[in-house]
Design a protein around this ligand. Structure first.
Ligand SMILES: Cc1ncc(COP(=O)(O)O)c(C=O)c1O
Length: 376
């Protein structure tokens, strides 16, 4: 039996029951279950605002769009980011005609506050912090830097559903936090996510923006009475980025299991760590102190990564790579980072299978193959 990198687990009967309700009610779009998941997410995270959206990519775009508009940033203003991320993070900066400036990463593979501070200049407006794999890295230091230099902070929490820092769900400290509930994330749907602004005003703005700038959604126009229910205004050129009730149904079921599922992921990570601790040529990524990581990924750094991948594939084990340093790509090659840690990590990173179907026996076989290779 092959061991894949990701296999999402859906509680099928419960999901079907939720979806059935939508179909029977004749309401699959914005509203109804999307309202329910927003309420449940707020309860779960303790965050004050939450808006259910079509993806984290859309959410990152919206976060910068809203902040840019509110604070009057100009074209070409700079946002400090990491190049060791999925391209969505940096595309979002570009969507807003802002400029990604790359700072290097620390041992957690998250932004290094020392390098970030060096990159802050007159045109810096914001920082995007990516909690890669669910790790909080030195997030609190980045929050301090933002306060000191009067910068806005966006947390790309695509990997962080269920991550807690100092006992609290991540989000506090950021102006906007964006979660992904994409098909293989810890809270899988097919495609959806959540954007959580710190400020009520931003939350109100984003709700209109995700529905084309229209100031009254169809759900609120459907519920209740009134001769002018059909009437709305268009306050902005918004986007079609809101979530829908089918995705929300899947998220509502997944949320009930998220903490248990993440606990199992941490168990897998601890088996991997134990097994790989003494393997030469393999470096483990430290989890930040006080971080209870969602453990979306289990990443290692390994020399001659491609040969290790082939060896694993020979045993029907299929790992992945998160991520190629974005400055390797044409779109981001302007910021030559050849000597950065991000670039050198990017050549060695390997993500080992991490999902609820992986067993202790699987971990042992994976460790054995990596170990055989590493000890050669
Ligand atoms: C770090 C990071 N940010 C953003 C995204 C985008 O998420 P979505 O697929 O929900 O748009 C991803 C998706 O893999 C990601 O890994």
């Amino acid at each position: 039996m092959s061991i894949q990198l990701f296999v999402p687990k859906f509680r099928v009967d419960e999901c079907l029951n939720e979806v059935k309700e939508c179909l029977e009610k004749g309401w699959t779009g914005l509203g109804y279950k999307t309202v329910e998941i927003e309420e449940e997410w707020k309860k779960y995270t303790g965050l004050e605002h939450a808006h259910f959206i079509s993806s984290a990519t859309a959410g990152l775009h919206l976060a910068l769009y809203v902040l840019r508009k509110r604070y009057g940033w100009s074209d070409g203003d700079e946002v400090i980011s990491t190049s060791l991320t999925f391209v969505s993070t940096n595309h979002a900066i570009k969507y807003c005609n802002l400029m990604p400036v790359f700072a290097d990463v620390d041992d957690h593979l998250c932004l290094d506050p020392i390098d970030v501070e060096k990159k802050i200049g007159a045109n810096t407006r914001a920082i995007i912090f990516v909690g890669i794999a669910g790790n909080t890295g030195q997030f609190n230091k980045i929050v301090e830097l933002c306060r000191k230099h009067n910068l806005k902070l966006v947390l790309d929490a695509a990997h962080m559903a269920g991550t807690r820092l100092e006992g609290k769900h991540v989000g506090p400290g950021a102006d906007a936090t964006v979660f992904s509930f994409q098909a293989v994330k810890n809270l899988p749907t097919a495609d959806s996510g959540m954007i959580c602004f710190a400020e009520r005003e931003d939350d109100e703005v984003v709700r209109k923006l995700t529905w084309l700038g229209i100031n009254k959604d169809t759900f609120s126009r459907t519920v209740g009475k009134g001769a002018y229910k059909w009437k709305y205004d268009v306050e902005d050129i918004g986007f079609k980025y809101h979530g829908n009730s089918i995705m929300a149904s899947l998220a509502l079921v997944g949320l009930k299991y998220l903490d248990n599922d993440n606990a199992y992921r941490r168990q897998l990570a601890s088996w991997y760590r134990h097994g790989l601790a003494s393997v030469s040529g393999v470096d483990l990524i430290p989890i930040a102190p006080d971080c209870e990581s969602s453990t979306h990924l289990f990443q290692i750094l390994v020399e001659e990564r491609d040969r290790v991948i082939m060896a694993l594939n020979d045993h029907e084990i299929y790992p992945g790579v998160h991520y190629t340093d974005n400055t390797v790509y044409e779109m981001y090659s302007y910021d030559g980072c050849e000597n950065s840690r991000s670039r050198s990590f990017s050549d060695k990173l390997l993500s080992l299978p991490m999902h609820l179907g992986v067993t202790k026996k699987d971990v042992d076989s994976i460790v054995e193959v990596v170990g055989m290779y590493g000890n050669k």
